[in-house]
Design a protein around this ligand. Structure first.
Ligand code: FES
Length: 165
């Protein structure tokens, strides 16, 4: 006996819901996975400091972080937005991190400029060891409080996010 249209729709709906729940679970797990599997037990060795010039933001996939330099200081900034956890891209046109989810904007040091985020972007301790930048990804350093902007640099004239995002 072949299934009725109602049964077929119900089955399709259940399969679709299952796939959607699986995809949501996978995405959540991936986003929240700890960064502990880094060579050296949390120390992530990178390039020499000269590879990160003033005003640059370099994405480091293995740490899901950016290495930036603003006002001469090196920063390691988590890609995860401190608002609700979206991945925040760097916008070279504006010289800012611009969260695509709810529009929070941060400077090169990860300090909060605008938007609903409760603080600046979280980061990690940066050291220079044997001529290389080493980021300690074993402990997250909470972002700067709202209003603290010690490393502001001039913004570029462009922007990357949608105007009404
Ligand atoms: S998750 Fe980035 S502003 Fe909401």
């Amino acid at each position: 006996m072949s299934p009725t249209r109602r049964e077929a729709l119900k089955t399709s709906w259940m399969i679709g819901s299952g796939l959607l729940a699986g995809a949501a679970a996978w995405t959540t797990m991936e986003a929240l996975a700890p960064l502990a599997n880094v060579e050296g037990g949390g120390a992530l060795p990178l390039l020499p400091p000269e590879a990160y010039p003033e005003g640059s933001a370099t994405f480091v996939r293995t740490g899901r972080l950016y290495v930036t330099r603003a006002k001469g200081e090196l920063f390691a900034i988590s890609q995860k937005c401190p608002h609700l956890g979206c991945r925040v891209p760097y916008c070279a046109a504006s010289g800012r991190f611009e969260c695509p989810c709810h529009g929070s904007v941060y400077n090169l040091a990860g300090e909060h400029i605008s938007g609903p985020a409760p603080r600046g972007m979280d980061g990690y301790r940066v050291q220079i060891e044997n001529g290389r930048v080493v980021v300690d990804v074993s402990a997250v350093i909470e972002g700067a409080p709202l209003g603290e902007r010690r490393f502001d640099t001039p913004a570029g004239s462009g922007e990357c996010r949608d105007a009404d995002a």
